[in-house]
Design a protein around this ligand. Structure first.
Ligand code: ZN
Length: 149
C-alpha cells in the first residue's frame, strides 16, 4: 500500500510540476474560469467541442500541486470523450475524492485513481475538483466564472 501511495504522490508531483495540455487553446469554442478561494487556485479551461465530443482541451492558471495535477490528468483523460462520458467520469471522480462508494456503472478512472488519497483531506477536495467544476461550466454554461465557495 505504501508503494502505491508513493507512486500516486510521484504522479501528482510530476503533473503538478510539468502539467500536460497547459496553455491557451486557440480554436476553443468553450471556456470557463474557476476559483478556489480557500486555497487560492485559479484556472481557465478551454475546450473545443465538435458535435458531442471533447475534441481538444487545455487549461491555464496557477494553483497548488493538487489542483494543477488534477487539471493536467483530467485534460488527458477527457480528450476524445463524449459529453456524457465526461459527466460520468466527473461523478466517478467526485465519489473517489469524497470517499464514497462508486456507483454500479462507474467508468474506469485510470490515472485519476491517484487522487483517492485526497478523500482523507477534506480541504483538498476543492483543489482536486476545481478543474472538473470549471470544465462542466465550460460545457454547460459557456463563459461562466465558477467558485468552489
Ligand atoms: Zn489548492
Amino acid at each position: 500500500m505504501t508503494d502505491l501511495q508513493d507512486l500516486y504522490q510521484e504522479l501528482i508531483l510530476d503533473h503538478g510540476r510539468r502539467p500536460r495540455n497547459f496553455g491557451r487553446l486557440e480554436n476553443a469554442n468553450r471556456t470557463a474560469e474557476g476559483y478556489n478561494p480557500l486555497c487560492g487556485d485559479k484556472i481557465r479551461v478551454y475546450v473545443k467541442v465538435g458535435g458531442d465530443v471533447v475534441e481538444d482541451i487545455k487549461f491555464e492558471g496557477a494553483g497548488c500541486a493538487i489542483s494543477t495535477a488534477s487539471a493536467s490528468i483530467m485534460t488527458d483523460a477527457l480528450k476524445g470523450k463524449t459529453r456524457a462520458e465526461s459527466e460520468q467520469l466527473f461523478r466517478a471522480f467526485h465519489d473517489l475524492v469524497t470517499g464514497q462508494q462508486p456507483g454500479p456503472d462507474t467508468p474506469e478512472l485510470g490515472k485519476l485513481e491517484v487522487f483517492s488519497g485526497v478523500s482523507e483531506f477534506p480541504t483538498r477536495v476543492k483543489c482536486a475538483t476545481l478543474s472538473w467544476h470549471t470544465l462542466r461550466a465550460a460545457l454547460n454554461k459557456n463563459g461562466e466564472v465558477v467558485s468552489t465557495e
